[in-house]
Ligand binder design. Structure first.
Ligand code: SF4
Length: 389
């Protein structure tokens, strides 16, 4: 690894999407498909081409390997993946995370990842309750989670996140509290808590559409608040609506994204935000691989947007408000080169939030109160845009 990224004033994240899963969880809306030897070979071929073609001239500050189920790859394939990533040029001290499902964790894979440079594991626990796990269409039980966690620590990984989900059909608040307590008992460094969403074309969505399940927004708010109240008392400081960490263990890759810096994504369905472009690769292995050989035109991406400083500043506001540190409006306008008058509408909006007790102010920084955080989505929807004459 080389010296840090000194010449650039914003950090660069690198994301790799590994699109293979052995089955589909009932809530899953991510692009994934069943692996085969042939598909894995063509994935690696296209991935190495895509990385070479990117001609990155900057060092990468954070790496995140997600999926899909990256842990489905064999140890030699995981090492190959890590070598491709190392070839992109990594800053010293890079934070390098991989998502692993408990069923896929074993000592051989972990030692391949360690040798390859990975230094942070995000374990997809979701819940410790076997019945709720079944309801999610997940294949692992709590025993697998305990074994996987032990293997990860035994392999010497010092930074571990546990992903938990709440709002599972038929889950009670008490079950959610038990899940959080069990996660804390394992002493991870970071805990992410996600509200189950009913994405279109998932098995859960069809059950919702048929009336077999229902959504209860009041209960959702209760789940959130229980996490916000409980996890900090156990040393897990909240730094974003859904994320909690021991001191110094916040996820730098996510912070890079929420701060509207730059990131580059590789693999089918991977997203990039770089050089004032935001784009999403095709969510199909063949289309993605063919596009890399022929070269993509903008309309061949699943999504493509030419960004402006105003668009980036607005996203920095929206994502910034989800973080506990909040936002500093003068800093945002300076960073994106926007005149201070462009903030007038936004300042007025925040004055209203302050009066309503939904936000609080500390010097130039504004953050949401707990009540404001419960209503973060509604506040984001009402946020006025920057006003430029
Ligand atoms: S393991 Fe993850 S990506 Fe794969 S089906 Fe389940 S939720 Fe989706």
């Amino acid at each position: 690894m080389q010296e840090g990224n000194q010449k650039h004033n914003q950090s660069l994240g690198l994301y790799v999407h590994v699109p293979f899963c052995s089955s589909t969880c009932d809530f899953c809306a991510f692009y994934q498909e069943r692996p085969s030897k042939k598909k894995i070979e063509s994935y690696f071929l296209a991935l190495s081409r895509e990385m070479k073609q990117s001609k990155l001239t900057r060092l990468v500050d954070t790496v995140f390997i997600g999926g899909g189920t990256p842990g489905l790859l064999q140890p030699n394939e995981l090492l190959e993946l890590c070598k491709l990533i190392q070839g992109m040029g990594l800053a010293s001290g890079v934070e390098w995370t991989i998502e692993l499902a408990p069923n896929e964790v074993n000592p051989k894979k972990l030692s391949a990842l360690k040798a390859g440079g990975v230094n942070r594991i995000s374990l997809g626990v979701q819940t410790f309750d076997s019945k709720l796990m079944d309801d999610l269409g997940r294949k692992h039980g709590p025993k697998k989670v305990y074994q996987a966690y032990k293997n990860i620590r035994d392999a010497g990984f010092e930074s571990v996140n546990l992903d938990l989900i709440f709002g599972i059909p038929h889950q009670t608040i008490e079950q959610w509290e038990l899940d959080m307590a069990e996660a804390v008992r394992l002493k991870p460094d970071h805990i992410s808590t996600y509200c189950l969403t009913f994405e279109e074309d998932t098995a859960l969505y069809y059950r919702l559409a048929k009336g077999e399940l229902s959504i209860d927004p009041d209960k959702e708010a209760q789940y959130y608040e229980r996490a916000w109240n409980f996890l900090p008392t156990e040393g897990y400081k909240q730094y974003e609506v859904s994320n909690f960490a021991l001191d110094g263990m916040a996820c730098l890759h996510n912070l890079n994204t929420w701060n509207m810096n730059e990131w580059i994504g590789f693999g089918p369905s991977a997203c990039s935000q770089i050089d004032y472009q935001r784009r999403k690769n095709p969510s199909n292995l063949e289309e993605w691989a063919a596009g890399i050989v022929k070269g993509f035109t903008n309309d061949q991406y699943d999504e493509f947007e030419q960004l402006t400083p105003i668009a980036l500043a607005e996203d920095a506001l929206l994502f910034g408000l989800r973080m506990n540190q909040g936002i500093c409006l003068p800093k945002i306008s300076d960073r994106f080169g926007l005149p201070r008058q462009s903030l007038d509408n936004i300042n007025q909006f925040f004055e209203k939030l302050l009066v309503e007790g939904l936000a609080e102010k500390n010097d130039d920084w504004i953050c949401l109160t707990q009540e404001g955080r419960v209503r973060a989505d509604a506040i984001a929807a009402e946020m006025p845009v920057f006003h430029i004459d």
